[in-house]
Design a protein around this ligand. Structure first.
Ligand code: FEO
Length: 390
């Protein structure tokens, strides 16, 4: 396993997790990577680690350039275990190294691992550490998406080591975006933002603003491919600006499940109203579509309609799972509507309505129908949905 030089004397020493199909509830059909970077300067610096089960591969890549006993610094940008899982291995191989991290990073490391004997140098946002010809500057990005999250900027190389930010769960034949289909990488970056960073739009906006003052010609994230080249860097920064702003493209998303087709009939009627109004609409049935595949639609949606059947006097479990997941990701600025069907006891749609209200969304009253909706009910529903369209 060899390291790959991404800039003069700066190497990618990460690993590709080709077989990853799921990342804490998020489907990853294109796998992922855990990227670490090795900077060969007067003070040799390793930035970030890898998941524990791919540690051997990462260690081999580092060793293809330098022995661990020569490493001076290990930067920990973020302690989530996809980046720090092999820190015990790294620190065993390089006990002489000093860990550069922020106070929250040190605390989180000590809460994950036995850090007895590990040397720490705590950095604050804006602090710089000279490693010889280069200076590393650390910018903390708290709650983007953990309290410890930070990025490392290498001024001399105009290089941003951004950890989770700008990442994608994507194992590809190249580690550079420029060698790949840009739309595929952007799709994965969008899915990553929606499923991981969506709740932290304000922090993302602030972080992207803060990075605006930096001269960046390469963004090397902790997952997926490296944005090198003006076009690639501009593309992802513009996308982050848009996603973090909370703006949308005025689209509609309908999410539902169905038992005997009644809620599906209602979902079709709702879709027709949006289509007739010339509003781009997607309809996602939870029987066939995973929750993590649907959330990216919310980045572009102004209108949300969620429909559920009633099962044992409760919201249908797959819809409940989706609503819980969506609530945690806190999409903003939506106009929403809940609909559904029931057999003998109405009311479960109010659970969806309550979530809309907790999210601070604008709503119209929910709509429920007993058993199979007849044509007059469908027409009544359509008239109701029209009232939510601007
Ligand atoms: Fe890629 Fe938050 O860890």
């Amino acid at each position: 396993m060899k390291a790959i030089e991404i800039k003069k004397d700066i190497y990618w020493t990460g690993v590709k997790d080709w077989n990853l199909v799921e990342f804490h509830g998020y489907l990853t059909p294109r796998g992922s990577t855990y990227n670490s970077y090795l900077i060969m300067d007067e003070k040799i610096t390793l930035v970030d680690g890898a998941k524990h089960y791919l540690s051997d591969e990462m260690v081999a890549r580092v060793k293809s350039v330098v022995d661990f006993s020569k490493i001076d610094y290990v930067v920990v940008n973020h302690v989530e275990m996809d980046h720090s899982g092999n820190m015990p291995v790294i620190m065993k191989l390089a006990p002489q190294a000093t860990i550069l991290t922020n106070a929250a990073g040190q605390k989180a490391l000590s809460e994950h691992y036995d850090t007895e004997g590990w040397k720490f140098q705590i950095v604050k946002s804006g602090d710089s550490v000279s490693i010889g010809k280069r200076t590393l500057t650390f910018v903390t990005t708290p709650m983007l998406h953990w309290p410890d999250s930070m990025v490392t900027y290498v001024k001399e190389d105009k290089l941003l080591l951004s950890n989770d930010g700008f990442g994608q769960h994507y194992a590809a034949d190249s580690i550079f975006v420029k060698d790949l289909a840009l739309d595929v990488v952007c799709e994965e970056a969008k899915k990553y933002y929606a499923n991981i960073l969506f709740p932290y739009g304000m922090q993302a906006e602030k972080a992207v603003d803060g990075l605006g003052g930096l001269d960046i010609e390469m963004i090397a994230p902790g997952h997926g491919c490296i944005w090198s080249g003006k076009k690639e860097v501009e593309t992802i920064v513009n996308l982050y600006n848009y996603w973090a702003s909370g703006q949308n493209k005025g689209k509609a998303v309908i999410v539902y499940d169905t038992m005997w087709g009644a809620t599906a009939t209602l979902a079709n009627a709702v879709m027709e109203v949006f289509q007739d109004a010339g509003i781009p609409v997607v309809k996602r049935c939870l029987t066939h579509t995973h929750i993590s595949e649907i959330i990216p639609d919310f980045l572009d949606a102004k209108y949300v309609a969620i429909g559920t059947p009633t099962l044992n006097n409760e919201i249908f479990p797959r819809v409940a799972g989706f609503v819980t997941y969506m609530k945690g990701l806190k999409p903003k600025n939506k106009k929403a509507f809940a609909f559904g069907s029931y057999g003998w006891k109405p009311g479960v749609v109010n659970q969806i309505q309550k979530v809309y209200e907790e999210l601070g969304w604008e709503t119209i009253p929910p709509f429920e129908e007993k058993y199979t909706p007849k044509s007059d009910v469908v027409e009544r529903l359509k008239e109701h949905v029209k009232t939510m369209i601007d």
